[in-house]
Design a protein around this ligand. Structure first.
Ligand code: AMP
Ligand code: FE
Ligand code: FE
Ligand code: ZN
Length: 278
């Protein structure tokens, strides 16, 4: 049995629908998984009902994209309250901001001789969801980039230090943490890697951060061990997941393929209940 607390569907930039993911989770014998689409909870209702149907415990989640000077900071929110009106208002604004950001990135690309119509990029995401994943897909489809990671075309143009990079216009990391708390959820710092300073995380803890995603495919065993220790020292919960998007199996591990302890789900659920009670 296994769990996976970081999964993307075609509501953001994954390949499979929320329902398909639940069926895949069932077939793989997963006990629990969290749907964590970028800046969207649109897939949560269908994942929850499919989970009920086939007997997979589905945790409603989201992954918010934010920036600091030298790094991208992603904040996961687990057990967000789907009836919160503030939740849907803020996510609608983020969807609009993503569209504006895509337009700016396309503008930069055009100056580099890469001319891609916004309308085309918007057809590549479900119901107008847009981001670098759809922009890169458009670049590949129109012959401006090669999809294989080894060529580095994504990083060259769209990476944080890339030629056409534009920061996310949404929330700051602190606002994202606060927003998850205000939406009834438990905020967790996603895949901190090796670039996020401890002092910055301490500031997020003051704003209500409850956990660290220690298990992630981009983390070495050593990095995971360091974050497990850090979490212990700050009384944070620990989560983990495959960050499965579907697509090329050579590029990323499959759904449920990371050895994330089942106890993470119990600790997460306990912590969520505790923060609900105060
Ligand atoms: P955004 O949400 O607009 O910041 O775009 C980030 C998304 O781009 C990630 O969640 C991935 O789905 C995708 N992405 C990141 N790095 C790469 C890469 N090297 N190749 C293809 N897609 C990528
Ligand atoms: Fe993604
Ligand atoms: Fe992420
Ligand atoms: Zn993710």
């Amino acid at each position: 049995m296994a769990v996976d607390l970081h999964v993307h569907s075609n509501v953001s930039d994954g390949v499979y629908s929320p329902r398909e993911l639940v069926l895949m989770a069932k077939a793989k014998g997963l006990k629990a998984f969290a749907l964590t689409d970028h800046d969207s909870v649109q897939g949560v209702p269908s994942a929850l009902s499919a989970g009920d149907e086939v007997g997979v415990y589905v945790i409603p989640g989201v992954e918010l994209s934010t920036d600091i000077e030298d790094a991208e900071v992603h904040i996961l929110g687990f057990y967000i309250d789907m009836s919160s009106t503030c939740l849907h208002e803020v996510l609608a604004t983020l969807k609009e901001r993503r569209r504006e950001r895509t337009a700016k990135i396309l503008h930069h690309l055009k100056a580099l001789g890469i001319d891609i119509p916004l309308d085309y990029v918007l057809t590549l995401g479900k119901e107008g969801f847009t981001g670098r994943s759809q922009i890169f897909k458009a670049m590949v489809n129109l012959g401006f980039a090669r999809p294989e990671k080894r060529y580095g075309d994504f990083e060259k143009y769209l990476g944080k230090k890339g030629l056409a990079y534009v920061e996310h216009h949404g929330l700051s990391p602190k606002e994202a943490v606060r927003f998850i708390r205000d939406s009834g959820g438990a905020p967790v710092l996603a895949h901190p890697g090796t670039h996020i300073p401890h002092g910055f995380i301490d500031e997020l803890i003051d704003f209500g951060l409850e956990g660290i995603e220690a298990y992630h495919p981009t983390h070495s065993n050593e990095t995971t061990r360091k974050w497990l220790e850090f979490a212990k020292s700050r009384n944070l919960i620990v989560t983990g997941g495959s960050d499965f998007h579907g697509g090329n199996p050579a590029d990323a591990p499959g759904l449920g393929s990371l050895p994330v302890p089942d106890s993470t789900v119990i600790c997460l659920t306990q912590r969520w209940l505790e923060i609900q009670a105060v």
